[in-house]
Design a protein around this ligand. Structure first.
Ligand SMILES: [Mg+2]
Length: 170
């Protein structure tokens, strides 16, 4: 029942998603969420750790694009020093923005991964676009009732994910 929401991989942080792992999976391009995936909502620019991660990814020849549901001003400022293809107000789980970015990167679904912190926007969009999907823990959850509500909705999906993992290990 939750299959269409199950990420292919679940990691705690972006740091665990290494260029070596991506390369072994045949991934040449990344379509990435920004907020709570790369940095918190409170970081207007990439942190040194994020910058180092992007450097390592680029050194491995993996292309990066940002797909955000946030405003253009936020995305533009965050991306200014990086200069990757980027799409703001993308309306994930809609996949129009993802498709545009992939065309810009000349990336095929089989060689593209989506990385995000939300199941019903990021992971679902990635799966709909036929991409490999990585879910990470949100760096810092917004403490609003709306966000808590969304996290509560995600719980059964994560249970299904763990069950699937256990089955695969047997
Ligand atoms: Mg996010």
């Amino acid at each position: 029942m939750y299959r269409k929401f199950l990420p292919d991989y679940y990691d705690h942080t972006l740091a665990e998603i290494t260029p070596e792992r991506l390369t072994a999976l045949g991934i040449h391009a990344l379509v990435m969420d920004i907020d709570n995936t790369v940095v918190t909502y409170d970081d207007p620019e990439p942190t040194p750790a994020a910058r180092a991660w992007f450097d390592a990814i680029a050194a491995a020849g993996i292309r990066v694009a940002f797909v955000s549901n946030n405003e253009w001003e936020r995305v533009e400022r965050f991306n200014r020093s990086l200069g990757f293809p980027a799409k703001a107000k993308s309306g994930k789980p809609l996949i129009g923005g993802i498709r545009q970015l992939m065309a810009e990167m000349d990336a095929a679904p089989a060689h593209t991964a989506l990385i995000g912190d939300q199941i019903f926007t990021d992971v679902w969009a990635g799966k709909r676009a036929g991409l490999t999907t990585f879910l990470v823990d949100p760096i810092k959850d917004k403490r609003t009732a709306f966000f808590r509500f969304k996290r509560a909705l995600e719980k059964p999906v994560m249970r299904a994910y763990r069950k699937k993992q256990q089955k695969e290990r047997k």
